[in-house]
Design a protein around this ligand. Structure first.
Ligand code: BG6
Length: 473
C-alpha cells in the first residue's frame, strides 16, 4: 500500500554510475604505481588479469565525455592507494596525485560530482607483506593515506566512501583475492583484520570531519535482505543470525560504535572474537557516518543447519551464500529467477533492503552498486552503428529503480543511485567477458583489440531515465 502523500525522489538526486580503480584503470605499474594485493592475486584460469582493464588511466577524458553525454550527475570511482603511496606509506607518488587531480577536474568541468571510494579491495602489497590488516600499523597507514587525499582533493570532492564491501572481504576474501590463505587460523585472523578495518574506518570518518567539515562520508558495505527458507521458527532464527553476521555487524559498528550482539555471540561460539585493545571502543564510538552507501545485487535465503553439513568453505563467489554449519545453511529461493551466474534477481528484495537499512539507522542512503553482469554481444543497429542490445540489463535496472522509487514513496531517504558499472571493466574473478557497463569496451579476455568505446542500448535508456528524473523508465 502506498502512502497517498507520495514522497518523490529529491530534485538533486545523484543519478550516477560506479567503477573501481583496479577494475577499470589498467596501467597497473605505470608512473610509479606500486602493486596491490589484487594486482598480484592468482587469477582464475581462462580470464584476464587487471593489468590493462579498460585502460581508463589513459582514456579517462574520452570516458568522462561519454559520462557527461549519459547525463551522470555523479561518478563513483575509487582512488588506488598504491598510485598515491606505492608501498602503502612513506613518499607520495606525485604522478598519482596528478592523475586524480586531472580526473577530478575533468569531471567538474562537465558538472559531474566526484564520489570517491578510498579503498576498494586493493591493499598495498608492501603492507600485506608486513601483515596487512592483521598488523595495527596498517590502520595508521590508511589514516595517513586518507589525510593525504583529503588534503589534496578535499577542495573539490564533497562525498567520500571509506571501505568498499568490507563484509565481502571478510566473508569471501578468497573469491575476491583479498585473503591471505597462508594463515594458520584464517577465520580468527580475518575477524582481527575486520576489527582493525573498523578502527581505521572510524578514525578516517573523524579525520574527515576535522579536515573537511563540509564534506560527507560514509561506509559502503554490501547489504541485502536475508530470507528464511520457510516459516519454520528455526529457519527464521537462521536468517536472523546470518543477517547479523553478514549485514549488521558492519553497520551497527559504523553507526552505533558497538559490536552486534548476535554476530558477537557467533564469533564467541567459533572462537573467532578479535582482541580488543584498551581504547579501541572509544575510537569506535562517536564516528557515525553522514550517510550509508550500500551495494545490492541479489537477496539471499538461508535455512536452519543440522550442524552436519559440509560447507564448501569460504571460496567461490562473493554474492553466493556459504553456510556456517550449526548456524545456517544456504538455500535456493524458488520464487526468484537466477542470472547467468546463479545470482537470484530480486528487485522487491532491494526495496525491502532499503527499508530495513533506513528503519534501523535513519541515515540518508545512496546505492553505490546495482546491476547485471552478462556476456554482451557487439552487433550493428539499424543505422549500422555498433552497439549492444542489452534489453536484459535495462529490464533489471528498470525493476530496481521502480522499487527504489516505491521505497522513497514509503519514506526511505535515498539521495543517489549508482549502477555498476559506468563502463565495462574486469569482474572481480570472472574476467572482462562478464560485462556490466553502459559503455562497451572492445576487448576480449586476452585480445586487447582496439579498446574502442561503444554506447549500448542501456546507455540511451539510462540517459532518458536521468533526464526525466526516472519519470520515464
Ligand atoms: C561487488 C564489488 O562485490 O560486486 C565489485 O564491489 C564487483 O568490485 C561487483 O565487480 C560485481 O561482482 P563481479 O564478481 O561480477 O565482478
Amino acid at each position: 500500500m502506498l502512502n497517498p502523500k507520495s514522497r518523490q525522489l529529491t530534485p538533486h538526486f545523484l543519478w550516477g554510475a560506479s567503477t573501481s580503480a583496479y577494475q577499470v584503470e589498467g596501467a597497473w605499474d605505470k608512473d610509479g604505481k606500486g602493486p596491490s594485493v589484487i594486482d598480484l592475486a592468482n587469477h582464475t584460469e581462462g580470464v584476464t588479469d587487471f593489468k590493462v582493464c579498460s585502460d581508463h588511466y589513459h582514456r579517462y577524458k574520452e570516458d568522462i565525455k561519454l559520462f557527461a553525454e549519459l547525463g551522470l550527475k555523479t561518478y563513483r570511482f575509487s582512488i588506488s592507494w598504491t598510485r598515491i603511496y606505492p608501498t602503502g606509506r612513506g613518499d607520495i607518488n606525485k604522478a598519482g596525485i596528478a592523475f586524480y587531480d586531472s580526473l577530478i577536474n575533468e569531471l567538474l568541468n562537465y558538472g559531474i560530482e566526484p564520489f570517491v571510494t578510498l579503498y576498494h579491495f586493493d591493499l598495498p602489497q608492501a603492507l600485506a607483506e608486513q601483515g596487512g590488516w592483521g598488523n595495527r600499523e596498517t590502520i595508521d597507514a590508511f589514516i595517513e593515506y586518507a589525510r593525504t587525499v583529503f588534503n589534496h582533493f578535499g577542495d573539490r570532492v564533497k562525498f567520500w566512501l571509506t571501505i568498499n564491501e568490507q563484509n565481502m572481504m571478510i566473508l569471501h576474501g578468497n573469491a575476491l583475492g583479498t585473503q591471505d590463505t597462508s594463515l594458520a587460523d584464517p577465520m580468527k585472523a580475518l575477524y582481527q583484520e575486520n576489527h582493525h578495518m573498523l578502527l581505521a574506518q572510524a578514525q578516517v570518518v573523524k579525520l574527515c570531519r576535522q579536515v573537511l567539515p563540509t564534506a560527507k562520508i560514509g561506509p559502503a558495505p554490501n547489504i541485502v535482505s536475508i530470507y528464511p527458507a520457510s516459516s519454520h521458527p528455526e529457519d527464521i532464527l537462521a536468517a536472523n543470525t546470518y543477517s547479523a553476521i553478514r549485514n549488521w555487524l558492519y553497520l551497527d559498528m559504523a553507526v552505533f560504535g558497538r559490536y552486534n550482539t548476535i554476530a558477537w555471540n557467533f564469533l564467541e561460539c567459533r572462537g573467532w572474537t578479535p582482541t580488543i585493545e584498551k581504547g579501541d571502543m572509544e575510537i569506535l564510538a562517536n564516528a557515525a557516518p553522514d550517510f550509508i552507501a550500500f551495494n545490492y545485487y541479489t537477496s539471499q535465503t538461508v535455512a536452519r543447519s543440522s550442524g552436519e553439513e559440509v560447507e564448501k568453505g569460504h571460496t567461490g563467489d562473493q554474492h553466493l551464500t556459504v553456510g556456517e554449519s550449526g548456524f545456517y545453511t544456504a538455500s535456493r529461493n524458488t520464487h526468484l529467477k537466477v542470472n547467468e551466474f546463479g545470482w537470484e534477481v530480486d528487485p522487491v528484495g532491494f526495496r525491502t533492503t532499503l527499508r530495513e537499512i533506513y528503519d534501523r539507522y535513519q541515515l540518508p542512503l545512496i546505492v553505490t552498486e546495482n546491476g547485471l553482469g552478462a556476456f554482451d554481444e557487439l552487433v550493428k543497429d539499424e543505422q549500422g552503428n555498433l552497439t549492444v542490445e542489452d534489453n536484459y540489463r535495462i529490464d533489471f535496472l528498470r525493476q530496481h529503480i521502480e522499487q527504489m522509487r516505491l521505497a522513497t514513496e514509503e519514506g526511505v531517504e535515498v539521495f543517489g543511485f549508482c549502477p555498476w558499472s559506468a563502463i565495462d571493466l574486469v569482474s572481480t574473478h570472472q574476467g572482462c567477458s562478464k560485462r556490466y557497463g553502459f559503455i562497451y569496451v572492445n576487448r576480449d579476455e586476452f585480445d586487447l583489440k582496439d579498446l574502442a568505446r561503444y554506447r549500448k542500448k542501456s546507455f540511451y535508456w539510462y540517459q532518458q531515465v536521468i533526464s526525466t528524473e526516472a519519470k520515464e523508465l
